[in-house]
Design a protein around this ligand. Structure first.
Ligand code: UDX
Length: 431
């Protein structure tokens, strides 16, 4: 199948690479010429495990090319995927102007039947607008179909998730694009759910909101555990063994972040409001998430009392493990709030230090390359991201290097009993 993917962000680039990997011919389009040049020269603009190798291999084998021209992408393809950003606007809604722009560019270049697939996360009913736009701006009277095909990949596991999906969701108004969608996804050996466009769009927002709800639920339970001496991890294991609930996404933390959950929750609440339904449950999910961060910071200030002139080591800047993405990262919020209180930071992240520099002030932050050196002269350490390698931290050495051995674990990476034995004042989440 000849496929164009417009937008080479996390979703577009990984989708393009994986489609090429299973044998399709893929042309990835991006309006950012510098990014296209970088990709054409063998560079990768994001860190995602396994992606670089996969892109290089498929470029070398001639199945994956890059261009800045949407027209070229459309001309060379039967199916055109839209994978451009839908960034949040201040009022909870999302900016759909990139989607509209691409729909117009596709309309401009279309002369024969095309299947236009929306992969960007969009509010329900966007597919209808995309179809209207293409129809309005298409210069010739040619046939096309719009399909909604939401993506469920997690950053840091994007290649793995895309190559081994739980399910593929395809929303379409007619049967005509069904064969093409089947052909594209057949090599992935996953169940395909064919539905209408509005349902497909809703599946994405409903899935992400549900997962965010699971995290806020366990974080609320963590607060009860702290008040009672119960252990949230044992509670999560106990409830997660019920197959109807499941253990995944029940890891108590300092709160969820990233470019998806906060944005998708706000968008779903806003869409529901616009449709006349007050989705109070999801508003509470947001509130619990914000309160979780406040509770975590309160633990720090209750223990350290005054932040001014304290040196605090921060392990983790990315919004979660396995990524260099710092958008809406709880770790960045922790840093900003500690700095605001007058603390000086020594920070480390295996991948996200470069991107964090763009968000954190230059004053008061020292970037430390080696995680074992973060502790030097610190009054406390904060674990803010669940990178598994932080578990290998030389705790005895860290204790020696610190002014006072205090560790705030926002990801429950360490064992409370062991920390106690090592002589740390140790505060984690719900334990
Ligand atoms: C999410 C969805 O998982 C994915 O299906 C969708 O396509 C995009 O949005 P992503 O944003 O990459 O993916 O990250 P995810 O792994 O879901 O984590 C989101 C946030 O929740 C992170 O900050 C993570 O640390 C936090 N989290 C996750 C928890 O605090 N506890 C958990 O149990 C799981």
């Amino acid at each position: 199948m000849n496929i164009a993917i417009v937008g080479t962000g996390y979703v577009g680039l990984v989708t393009g690479a994986c489609f090429a990997e299973v044998g399709h011919n893929v042309i990835c389009v991006d309006c950012d010429e510098a990014k296209v040049k970088l990709l054409q020269g063998g560079g990768i603009p994001i860190f995602e495990p396994g992606l670089e190798e996969m892109v290089k291999k498929n470029v070398a084998e001639g199945r994956l090319i890059f261009t800045a021209s949407t027209a070229e992408g459309v001309e060379k393809s039967d199916v055109v995927f839209i994978a451009v950003p839908t960034p949040p606007l201040g009022d909870g809604s999302v900016d759909l102007s990139f989607i509209e722009r691409v729909a117009r560019d596709i309309a401009d270049a279309t002369t024969t039947y095309k299947v236009v697939v929306d992969k960007s996360t969009v509010p329900v009913k966007t597919g209808e607008k995309v179809a209207e736009t293409i129809k309005r701006y298409c210069k010739v009277d040619c046939d096309f179909d719009v399909v909604s095909n939401p993506e469920f990949l997690r950053e840091g596991f994007a290649v793995e998730d895309l190559m081994n999906p739980d399910r593929i969701v395809v929303g379409t108004r007619s049967d005509k694009p069904v064969a093409a969608m089947r052909e594209i996804y057949e090599p992935f050996n996953a169940p395909i759910i064919f539905t209408d466009i509005n349902s497909a769009e809703l599946i994405k927002h409903a899935a992400n909101s549900f997962l965010a709800m699971k995290i806020s639920y366990i974080n609320a339970v963590a607060a009860i555990c702290e008040a009672t001496g119960a252990n949230v991890e044992e509670v999560a294991t106990g409830i997660g063994m019920d197959e109807r609930i499941g253990r995944r996404f029940l890891n108590a933390s300092l709160g969820f972040g990233g470019s998806c959950f906060p944005k998708d929750l706000s968008a779903f609440i806003r869409i529901s409001d616009d449709l006349g339904y007050d989705f109070g449950l999801l508003k509470k999910v947001q509130e619990i998430n914000a309160a979780q961060m406040d509770r975590f910071l309160k633990k720090i200030t209750d223990t350290l009392w005054i932040l001014k002139d304290k040196t605090i080591g921060v392990l983790g800047l990315a919004f979660k493990q396995n990524t260099d993405d710092v958008r809406m990262s709880p770790a960045i919020e922790v840093c900003q709030r500690l700095l605001k209180g007058g603390a000086t930071l020594r920070v480390h992240d295996p991948k996200a230090m470069e991107k964090a520099r763009e968000l954190l002030p230059t004053e008061g932050v020292t970037y430390v390359d080696d995680m074992d050196s973060v502790a030097e002269g610190c009054d406390a350490i904060v674990v803010a991201t669940e990178w598994p390698q932080f578990k290998e931290l030389d705790l005895a050495k860290a204790r020696e290097a610190m002014t006072s051995p205090i560790l705030f674990d926002g990801r429950n990476l360490f064992d409370p009993a062991e920390m106690d034995q090592l002589g740390f004042t140790y505060k984690s989440i719900g334990r």
